[in-house]
Design a binder for this molecule. Sequence first.
Ligand SMILES: C[S@@+](CC[C@H](N)C(=O)[O-])C[C@H]1O[C@@H](n2cnc3c(N)ncnc32)[C@H](O)[C@@H]1O
Length: 311
Amino acid sequence: MSLPHPIQYQGSKRTLAADILHFLPRKIERFIEPFAGTAAVSIAVAARYISQSFWLNDLNQPLIELLELIIERPDEIVSAYTEIWNGQHDDSIEHYAEVREKFNQTHDPKLFLYLLARCVKGAVRYNSKGLFNQSPDKRRKGTQPENMRKNIEGVSAFLKGNCKFTSLDYREVLATVSSSDFIYLDPPYQGVCGNRDARYFAGIDRDEFVLAIEQLNRRGIAFAISYDGKLGNKTFGIPLPPELGLKRIEIEVGRSTQSTLLGRSEITVESLYLSSSLLPETFAGLESYNHMAPKQLTLLETNGRLSAATR
Ligand SMILES: C[S@@+](CC[C@H](N)C(=O)[O-])C[C@H]1O[C@@H](n2cnc3c(N)ncnc32)[C@H](O)[C@@H]1O
């Protein structure tokens, strides 16, 4: 099933969502994404009627406000997007620069949707002052309003009235979850960059993350984590420590466009970690899993590190 998807976002789990669902319970009382991004997995969970209650959290406040608008007030965000998109005059690059400047002053989520639709590879970038500084994609004008409307209405139909929206640090979310919840964690890719991550609004500290997972384990809460991966023989992200007792499943995502161009045939693999409370007998011996519809991925080289466009 092709799911609606209004927000372009580097790191979206849109193409992997169906695979991830394969490992989740069939019924979930409340589905929580502390690193929601575009909420791609929640959209898939709602579309399969696995849960009817969601908590979407992301530290990036305009992103969460945008999700709330899309889900709760679709008409309002559709008209705003259409107006901003139609406002692209002869010099659409200059128009983008104007919108970006206004967004950096106001943090208005309506402006953010246009920037995400129009920026290079849907990849957010922030400078050290926290200002959005990604350039426009010069070859495209961003999603056509009619197409955007269909995607927004689709997402709203699945999730309207069923979500709580917050913009907190993930640890504040985890502190209040209960054993009837299911948590899907998709933190920013962890290299060696510490707390700053220009690819998102913020990065996270790995040791603190491991500690937070230990606490979830102790409280008997069920969860799944997307974390590290690899391209051919090269890994990206450091695997989570075995002491956490999680089941690691490698999902084979596809062949990267970059390696195909270079005449290599390297496969991209993304790890999914499952809490022990989640492990049905059938997954116990499973080590790897093939993506249902292999796709070519664009791989980006950032500061000598590899990061897949799905992260
Ligand atoms: C890999 S993306 C999530 C992508 C998401 N699964 C999707 O399908 O779109 C990671 C997200 O974590 C958010 N983030 C970074 N640090 C955070 C923190 N400390 N607490 C909560 N969210 C955080 C980023 O803003 C980013 O949207």
